[in-house]
Design a protein around this ligand. Structure first.
Ligand SMILES: [Zn+2]
Length: 119
């Protein structure tokens, strides 16, 4: 094994661990396979909240409290609220089901294409 091979191997290893770390910090949506960092969103709508405050004041307060208390992480693509850690085997299966990939799952060839500015 030459020094060049050793360096290439170490680089590949480092890339792999970075991908694993990125995956560990992200979530995969179980409904559409989207992977990323979901934002916390309040349920319901601001329009309804304002309307209730104006029309039925006490209900408006309850509605506002409900929205604050039940803030949850939501998928930006399908509004799904069920997530699994992106690094899990289950998440990889979900992404495969929906035909989605994550950088950690790209083949060496795809990775090269990406580096070459394909994206
Ligand atoms: Zn989704």
């Amino acid at each position: 094994m030459s020094i060049g091979n050793a360096i290439a191997g170490a680089r590949a290893g480092m890339q792999k661990s970075r991908d694993a770390r990125e995956l560990a910090e992200h979530q995969t949506c179980t409904r559409c396979g989207w992977t990323g960092n979901p934002e916390k969103k309040a349920p319901g709508t601001m329009g309804k909240e304002i309307a209730l405050w104006i029309l039925v004041f006490p209900v408006g307060i309850l509605y506002s409290i409900w929205r604050m208390v039940f803030k949850r992480e939501q998928c930006p693509e399908c509004n799904g609220t069920q997530f699994v850690p992106a690094g899990s085997v289950y998440a990889a299966t979900i992404r495969k089901t929906f035909g989605r990939t994550w950088p950690g799952e790209l083949s060496a060839e795809q990775r090269r294409a990406r580096k070459g500015g394909a994206l």
